[in-house]
Write a protein that binds this ligand. Structure first.
Ligand SMILES: Nc1ncnc2c1ncn2[C@@H]1O[C@H](COP(=O)(O)OP(=O)(O)OP(=O)(O)O)[C@@H](O)[C@H]1O
Ligand SMILES: O=P(O)(O)OC[C@H]1O[C@H](OP(=O)(O)OP(=O)(O)O)[C@H](O)[C@@H]1O
Length: 210
């Protein structure tokens, strides 16, 4: 019997898409898994244990090895800069990180940028030689330019609905985002067979969709 693989699963947007992908790859996950409030879910048929995590915390669980592998958005990986292996692009939860503002935006002497991603935003403006004050917010980022907290934001765009409904425009798309499979460095060596076989099954399933 192989060691159980501990998987950090993000609650929220990625969750249902990740479950669907796992099922398509033939990993046995029962239907009642979808709406549970349990935080640790043993899945003996798959030889896995799922740890239900807040998305931003997934790389932390994996870096510390309390989860062997995890699923997380590229946005979080770039912001958090954790010491983990990035194994696979799962091609789910697609969106993009963009600079956003009001349509009549003009450069100001002390520009302020609001975002959930201060490290990503700071690096972006630094690389362009632009001095900006970055203000960290935790949600409803689009409010910032509407109420005068910041003149631009760096945030996620998926359908564009939030921008349209709030009269904002996408000024530049910085990079595309999908969810990634990540692994703890030690687990990747110690549980290589299980992790590699999961990767292969997922990879085949993803390739069949393209
Ligand atoms: N429209 C979108 N807006 C934001 N993130 C999206 C979107 N579409 C896909 N994603 C991806 O889904 C991931 C998780 O987003 P989700 O909203 O579930 O969690 P969160 O932003 O951490 O929210 P919460 O604070 O509610 O836990 C993001 O990190 C990103 O990779
Ligand atoms: O282009 P769209 O399809 O409209 O999606 C983009 C929106 O979705 C996310 O917000 P979320 O719903 O996660 O809420 P938040 O304000 O709590 O971040 C993101 O921050 C945008 O506001």
């Amino acid at each position: 019997m192989k060691d159980v693989l501990k998987v950090a699963m993000p609650k929220g947007r990625i969750y249902k898409q990740a479950l669907k992908l796992f099922r398509e790859a033939g990993i046995p996950i029962p239907g009642d898994f979808d709406d549970t409030r349990k935080l640790i879910i043993e899945q003996p048929e798959a030889n896995m244990e799922f740890i239900m995590a807040k998305p931003v915390d997934v790389p932390t669980y994996v870096e510390y090895g309390v989860a062997d592998i995890g699923i997380v958005g590229k946005d979080v990986l770039m912001e958090e800069d954790k010491d983990v292996y990035e194994l696979l692009d799962l091609q789910i939860a697609k969106c993009r990180m963009s600079v956003i503002g009001l349509p009549d935006w003009k450069p100001t002497i002390h520009p302020r940028v609001a975002t959930k991603y201060p490290n990503v935003a700071s690096a972006y403006f630094r690389e362009r030689g632009q001095q900006v004050e970055v203000i960290k917010l935790n949600g409803s980022i689009e409010l910032a330019p509407l109420i005068g907290l910041a003149d631009r934001i760096v945030d996620m765009v998926e359908t564009g609905q939030t921008l349209r409904e709030n009269g904002l425009v996408e000024m530049e798309s910085i990079f595309g985002i999908t969810s990634r499979l990540i692994a703890n460095r030690v687990s990747y060596r110690m549980k290589n067979d299980s992790i590699q076989s999961l990767c292969d099954r997922l990879q085949e399933t993803i390739a069949a969709k393209v």
